[in-house]
Design a protein around this ligand. Structure first.
Ligand code: PLP
Length: 376
């Protein structure tokens, strides 16, 4: 298999799996229990927290383990608004992940005014409109660091500064950024940040919400006092150990992303030069080094992906099957693509596990499959 769908999920590093196994077997204790076995597990959880904190440039106490990126986003949106009771506006963007967008109607029902900032055809945020949306009514801003479909990067540090100047809180969904770009939250005005372990070669079912020291967070799940009272529920200790190791490997290997970018560029240039009527979605914007969203004018994504799948190449489409039809992605729609155009978009997303040989083979096979479809 040539796996080019790493924005959907990544393969865990073998070191991650090896480190987790003992915590599914003999080291099964509940870290809150008062015995020496449990204390050993609690120490390992502490080390994992330190590794995650190191990856992000925050204090270990600012790391809250959750069950996924979705829970982290939901917690950020629901757990902070009580701190600014006189403000009733939430500002976000049209291209956020559904883990943010699908939370908004519930907040609107509670009386919040929701402003979703548009993007242009390249996926760049309308910064003027963003700035105008910030005033003494704004409680919370949630803007993703990088888009999962296009890889387009938003200037979150600048947006966080502007947000703080208006007295509001700033949350960023950086699920697609961890392990791909260097991050140092300490020097920024970011108050809350979401991560998901399975997007950077950690296990599924573990998320992180960074909650900066001065942010008053109401737990989303009521229950025990785990995670310093900010997230109830017995810790997923194997998963937490896994995300700790994944963070350590991500930090040590961040320079490897240059090589990933080289491979992505090779794939991009290879497709652009060998296949007519193609273009890169968001190609004029700063993008994640691993992501390539391609528009093929003459070819629909669905049959191309099916042919690539038969050749053992995994990638994603810009539209998803929903209730019998192809629903265009909200991200591509926000960028102005028509329903039909969105059906012609394929996303390739690489990781540090990909090799040059794989990319050359993928390029050959994309060309072969396209020829088959054109002659069909
Ligand atoms: N945010 C972004 C940008 C994502 O890409 C994803 C996953 O696709 C999520 C949030 C949700 O993460 P999880 O799968 O851990 O719930």
């Amino acid at each position: 298999m040539i796996y080019l769908d790493n924005n959907a999920t990544t393969r865990p590093w073998p070191e991650v799996v090896d480190a987790m196994l003992p915590y599914l077997e003999e080291k099964f204790s509940n870290p809150s229990s008062p015995n020496r076995y449990a204390r050993e597990v609690a120490v390992a959880v502490r080390h994992a927290r330190e590794h995650v904190a190191g990856l992000l440039g925050v204090e270990p106490e600012e790391v809250v383990f959750t069950s996924c990126g979705t829970e982290s986003n939901n917690t950020a949106l629901y757990g902070t608004l009580h701190a600014l009771p006189d403000r009733n506006r939430i500002v976000t963007t049209r291209v956020e992940h559904p883990a943010v967008l699908n939370r908004l109607p519930g907040l609107e029902e509670r009386g919040y005014e929701i402003i979703t900032i548009p993007v242009d055809g390249e996926g760049a945020l309308d910064i003027d409109m963003f700035t105008r949306a910030l005033d003494s009514r704004t409680a919370l801003v949630s803007v993703m660091h990088a888009n999962n479909e296009t890889g387009v990067i938003f200037p979150v540090e600048e947006l966080a500064e502007k947000t703080h100047a208006s007295g509001a809180l700033f949350h960023t969904d950086m699920v697609q950024v961890a392990g791909k770009l260097p991050v140092d939250l300490k020097t920024t005005a970011v108050d809350l940040a979401s991560l998901s372990a399975h997007k950077f070669h950690g296990p599924k079912g573990v998320g992180v919400l960074v909650v900066r020291e001065d942010v008053d967070l109401n737990p989303y799940l009521a229950g025990g006092e785990q995670e310093y009272g900010r997230r109830a529920g017995t810790e997923n200790t194997p998963g937490i150990i896994g995300v700790g190791i994944a963070s350590q490997i991500a930090m040590e290997g961040l320079s490897g992303m240059q090589q990933v970018q080289g491979l992505r560029d090779r794939l991009e240039e290879g497709i652009l030069s060998s296949i007519s009527n193609t273009r890169v979605i968001g190609g004029g914007q700063p993008r994640l080094p691993n992501t390539l969203s391609m528009y093929f004018e003459d070819i629909e994504a669905e049959p191309l992906i099916a042919l690539l799948d038969m050749e053992d190449i995994c990638c994603s489409a810009g539209s998803a099957c929903a209730s019998g039809g192809m629903e265009p992605s909200h991200v591509l729609s926000a960028m102005g693509l028509s329903r039909d155009e969105a059906r012609h978009v394929i996303r390739f997303s690489l990781s540090r596990m990909n090799t040059g040989d794989e990319i050359d083979r993928a390029l050959d096979l994309v060309n072969l499959c396209l020829r088959k479809l054109r002659n069909a």
